[in-house]
Design a protein. Structure first.
Length: 117
């Protein structure tokens, strides 16, 4: 089993910043990819950003230039620095981990990010 613990969500004004963190623990063989998805009320869960162990990144077009994903491989931790936040960034943000040789992904419990004045 793999456990993911997220932190860093909250309420922020438009234009503000937040930093999300996710620590992976448990039976971790080798992490291939870590990343973040988000789900707004009434909408599907969408990719925000991912990073492979080799450092390759993928960003949603809507967050490019504002969000930055980073990893500490030694600590099995992934971060999401979110700047210039907009009301449309409001969602529950979920940490996601994919392991080498394991067909399924793992998900965190989610952390709420609310951007509002």
């Amino acid at each position: 089993q793999v456990q993911l613990v997220e932190s860093g969500g909250g309420l922020v004004q438009p234009g503000g910043s937040l930093r999300l963190s996710c620590v992976a623990s448990g039976t971790i063989s080798s992490i291939y990819r870590m990343g973040w998805f988000r789900q707004a009320p009434g909408k599907q869960r969408d990719l925000v950003a991912t990073m492979s162990t080799g450092g390759s990144t993928v960003y949603a077009a809507s967050v490019k230039g504002r969000f930055t994903i980073s990893r500490d491989n030694a600590k099995n931790t992934v971060y999401l620095q979110m700047n210039s936040l907009r009301p449309e960034d409001t969602a529950v943000y979920y940490c996601n981990v994919a392991l080498y040789g394991v067909a399924r992904d793992y998900w965190g419990q989610g952390t709420q990010v609310t951007v509002s004045s």
